[in-house]
Structures are given as structure tokens and as C-alpha cells.
Design a protein around this ligand. Structure first.
Ligand code: PEP
Ligand code: MG
Length: 527
């Protein structure tokens, strides 16, 4: 029997192949002994690394480009490089000064309380090594394709430079489910397991990776390999069977039509989705346009991004959620530092109402994009009616301002997420909302008092808890009675096992992960 290692799923799917280690490279270089020469060498290496990143950015799109832009912005930030140059002036060789300066930064990220910041450490290591390679003129380690890449962590640029056309998987001793690489792996459908701890995998081994189960089997024996091949075949044929439903409207057995929309974050995701396969975009998480560490996007950049979503949908509805920054999605300079409990803190509409400058820029961009199609605006984390009415006032105000400036704009319908129990219990206080979208991820976390990102309480964080289901059913009933459209955009809509309860609750509109469209439609056809 092969050794079994258990970790956490960062991206599901199955793959079996040879192990390739993501070996940490060592860099050596002879110092010139002259601080001025060392300073010039580092300056040149940073410029070359920036050039490498810029060239790499031209070969990728959207989200991948944003990740590289984050690295580029860090590289061009004097605050990051000043310590290295000071140390060179004091006589340290360029490579040692750069490593020490970056390692200090990386350690800060690695020990951050926040998972999101810890996940950014991989970007910094990637950047550190890119400059070191230039400084020491080291060759870049080639990554084999069609392999299981194994190591402590994998740099985003290594992922982007790897040829995945023959498949592959990632198995990390450390890593994080919320890292940029995990996002990339999910978007590309590459199985990925993180947190494998003390296991050791060697290049001579074969590994079978079951991303969904968070399982890696090293050197599976014949029986295990056969079982894995059967699972792989079953996965392939299930996906082919589900695929037949992709292009069709979602119909229950009784002929009842369910609208199935998609949840998206980045514009580049649209390249891989056919608008004919869905009934629109049910949730666009606009906070993903705001990269931590990068400058905040202005009105024009936001307008162009929102417009792309609306034009892509070609008349189908597109619900763009205003910034849901805070909680597990902090952005330096916007979210407060050191909150004891960020999920209960200044998050979503609470934050945007506290930062009207940022909110108004977004509302103006949204009202402008509304001219190009069927755009709706949705507020996250609403708790009291005053948040909705104040946001509506600001939206009206932005529209009047745009009209005075003769800038084309239109008033989008304004709705709310139902994700705080205080709303789900008394939806009648929110009749002013033009639509409701149930955020079952947060609703579950707040109703069950169990963090959505803590694996130790994952069993409690169950959207199938009767308390959560009752609230969902009540909101759906209220919406139907009052003719307020109700949809659900939390992850449970993407899980076939939850669909019977959601449809029984009377929901007729769901918004799901794009990779689950065909599966959800196939499951609906069975109900
Ligand atoms: C939710 O809470 O269910 C939701 C869809 O929003 P997010 O996951 O972005 O918090
Ligand atoms: Mg939410």
C-alpha cells in the first residue's frame, strides 16, 4: 500500500503522475567589495526582474495579470527596497542585503494573524527569488508538466510559467486555500492539496492526488492505482454526462424552470465561460478589483471593468456587489488594523459608508456602466434599514452629480445581500430593497457561530443546519409574498446535496461557481 497523506482541499479534481519537487534554489555570487558597484548590481537586477514581470504579464490575462501587477508594484515600492540599499551602503554584498531585507518582510507576512496576509508571503518569496536569479545570473528551475508539483509552497509566477496542458497537480506541505495560487488552480481546474505537514515525497515517486478529498497517495500499489484510475474514469464520464446540461435551461422534472446564474470575481474569468450557458451573473464580487498593496482603482478603471461584465452578458442581468472588503478580505489602507474579530467588524457596507469617498467612486462607476445593459447593484453585510437608505441616497446623489457633468448614467436597481441574521429574521424591515440575494456563506457562519475559514469548526459551519434552512425558507416566502425577487448566491447553491432543500424552500434563482454550472443543472433535472 502507498503512504497516504491528508491535507486540505484547495482545488478539487484527480490526477496521478510523477512527483517533481519545487526545490528551493540556492544562489551564490562573488561580491565586488565595493558598495557603489553592489548598489548598481542590485538596481540593475531589480530593473531586470521588473522587465521579466512586465513581459510575463503580456502572456497572461486578468486575474493572473493582477497577481503579477501586485509583485511589480511591490518591486517598484521604495519602502521595500530601502532597507537593502542601506545595508549595501554599510558594506553588505548586494545579494545578502536583498535576501535579508526581503526575508524580514516575508517573516512579517508569514506571521500575520490574518490568513489573507499570510498567503501573500508566497508572492514576496517569488519576487525575492526573481531578483536573486538576476543578481546571481542563476538559471530558472524548469518545471515539468504532467507532474505532481510538491514543495512547501509554490510561487504564483511558477504556476503561470508551468505548462498545464498535459494536466498536473499541486501538493504542498504548507500553502493556503486562499492564496493566489489556489485561486489560479481552481480557475484552471488543477487539483491542489495544501497543509500536508511533515510528509516527504521524492522525485522517484508516483503520486495520486485527490484534490477534493485533500488526499495524496505516494506510490500507490496496483490495487490503489486501479481504484484511482476507476475514480478518474468515473469523474471523466460524470463530467461528460453533466456537460450535456450545460447549454440547456435548468428544468426540474415537473418542468419548473430555475434560473442559474454565475458568481465571478475577475473579468478574465469571462473568457472561459459562454454567456449562453447561464442566466446572467448573480454575484460579481467587486472587491477583487481592489488588490491589496496596489493602488485603489479609480472611477474610470472600475467603470471599464463593470462595463465588460455587462457587455459580456449581452442583456442578461448582472448583479455587481459593492465592496465587501474587511473580514477575510482586508485591504491595507482601507480596513482597520488589529480588529479583534474582523468578521464582526467594519466590513462590507459598514466600511463603504465609513469611507464615502471610496463608495461614491464605485457608485458613480456603477451608474455609468448601467447604461450598457442590465446592471443591478447589491449591498453586502446590510444589518439595519438605515444602511440601505443611506446607500440609496448616495447613489441618487452620484447620479445627479453625473447628470450635472453630462456623463451618461442610469439608476441601477438597488438590492441587498441577506447574510446577517438580523436581516433574515425580519426581512419585512427591508421592503425598500429591490431584490434580495441570500449569502449563505456568511449567514451560516453567523447563525452557527462558527468561522467560515476555520477547519476545526467546519462540521458546525453547515448550511444544511435546520436553523439556516428555516431562515432561507422564510426569506424566500416573504419575497414571494411581497414580490421582491430572491436569489441565493452562497456556495451551497453549487452543492447538489443542498439543492433539494433550496428548491423546496421555494427558491427559483441560484447563483453558482462557473465550474459547477453543468453539475447544478444536471442535479436540478433530477429533482
Ligand atoms: C456569502 O456570504 O454567501 C456570499 C456569497 O458572499 P461572500 O462569500 O463573498 O462573503
Ligand atoms: Mg458574504
Amino acid at each position: 500500500m502507498g503512504n497516504k497523506y491528508h491535507g486540505t482541499c484547495a482545488s478539487d479534481g484527480l490526477f496521478i503522475g510523477p512527483v517533481r519537487r519545487l526545490a528551493g534554489q540556492s544562489y551564490s555570487r562573488q561580491s565586488s567589495g565595493d558598495p557603489a558597484t553592489e548598489r548598481d548590481a542590485l538596481t540593475e537586477a531589480i530593473q531586470q526582474a521588473a522587465g521579466d514581470l512586465t513581459r510575463l504579464m503580456e502572456t497572461v490575462d486578468g486575474e493572473s495579470q493582477d497577481i503579477l501587477a501586485f509583485q511589480l508594484a511591490m518591486l517598484e515600492d521604495d519602502a521595500l527596497t530601502v532597507a537593502a540599499f542601506e545595508s549595501i551602503a554599510a558594506g553588505t554584498p548586494a545579494d545578502a542585503a536583498w535576501s535579508a531585507a526581503l526575508n524580514g518582510e516575508i517573516a512579517g507576512y508569514e506571521t500575520a494573524q490574518d490568513e489573507y496576509f499570510r498567503a501573500r508571503a508566497a508572492d514576496l518569496r517569488d519576487m525575492r527569488d526573481r531578483v536573486l536569479r538576476r543578481l546571481t545570473k542563476a538559471e530558472e528551475a524548469a518545471q515539468g508538466d504532467g507532474a505532481v508539483l510538491v514543495g512547501d509552497d509554490i510561487a504564483p509566477t511558477v504556476f503561470l510559467e508551468t505548462d498545464w496542458s498535459h494536466g498536473g497537480a499541486i501538493a504542498l506541505y504548507r500553502g493556503s486555500t486562499t492564496s493566489h495560487v489556489a485561486m489560479l488552480a481552481r480557475a484552471r481546474g488543477i487539483p491542489m492539496v495544501v497543509g500536508l505537514g511533515g510528509c516527504e515525497l521524492a522525485e522517484t515517486q508516483i503520486a495520486a492526488v485527490d484534490g477534493g478529498a485533500g488526499l495524496v497517495v505516494a506510490d500507490p500499489d496496483q490495487a490503489e492505482a486501479d481504484q484511482f484510475s476507476r475514480a478518474l474514469e468515473a469523474q471523466t464520464s460524470t463530467r461528460a454526462a453533466e456537460d450535456r446540461f450545460r447549454r440547456l435551461p435548468a428544468l426540474q422534472k415537473n418542468g419548473m424552470r430555475i434560473d442559474v446564474l454565475i458568481n465571478v470575481a475577475g473579468v478574465e474569468e469571462l473568457d472561459h465561460i459562454n454567456p449562453a450557458d447561464c442566466d446572467g451573473i448573480g454575484l460579481m464580487r467587486s472587491e477583487f478589483l481592489f488588490r491589496d498593496g496596489a493602488p485603489l482603482p479609480g472611477e474610470e478603471a472600475q467603470y471599464l471593468a463593470y462595463r465588460r461584465f455587462v457587455e459580456w452578458a449581452a442583456g442578461k442581468p448582472v448583479t455587481i456587489r459593492t465592496l465587501d472588503i474587511g473580514g477575510d478580505k482586508p485591504v491595507r489602507g482601507l480596513t482597520p488594523e488589529g480588529e479583534a474579530n474582523p468578521f464582526l467588524g467594519l466590513r462590507g457596507v459598514r466600511l463603504t459608508l465609513a469611507r464615502e469617498d471610496v463608495f461614491r467612486t464605485q457608485l458613480r462607476a456603477l451608474a455609468r456602466a448601467c447604461v450598457h445593459g442590465s446592471l443591478k447593484v447589491m449591498l453586502p453585510m446590510v444589518t439595519i434599514p438605515g444602511e440601505l437608505s443611506r446607500s440609496a441616497e448616495l447613489l441618487e446623489d452620484c447620479i445627479r452629480e453625473l447628470e450635472r457633468e453630462n456623463i451618461p448614467c442610469k439608476r441601477p436597481p438597488l438590492g441587498i445581500m441577506v447574510e446577517v441574521p438580523a436581516v433574515a429574521v425580519v426581512p419585512e424591515l427591508f421592503r425598500a430593497a429591490e431584490f434580495f440575494s441570500i449569502g449563505s456563506n456568511d449567514l451560516t457562519q453567523y447563525v452557527t457561530a462558527s468561522s467560515r475559514d476555520d477547519p476545526r469548526v467546519a462540521a458546525l459551519n453547515d448550511p444544511g443546519h435546520p436553523a439556516v434552512l428555516r431562515l432561507i425558507a422564510e426569506v424566500a416566502r416573504f419575497g414571494a409574498a411581497e414580490q421582491i425577487p430572491v436569489s441565493l448566491c452562497g456556495d451551497m447553491a453549487s452543492e447538489p446535496r443542498h439543492l433539494p432543500s433550496l428548491l423546496a424552500a421555494g427558491l427559483t434563482s441560484l447563483s453558482v461557481a462557473p465550474a459547477r454550472l453543468a453539475r447544478v443543472k444536471a442535479a436540478i433535472s433530477e429533482l
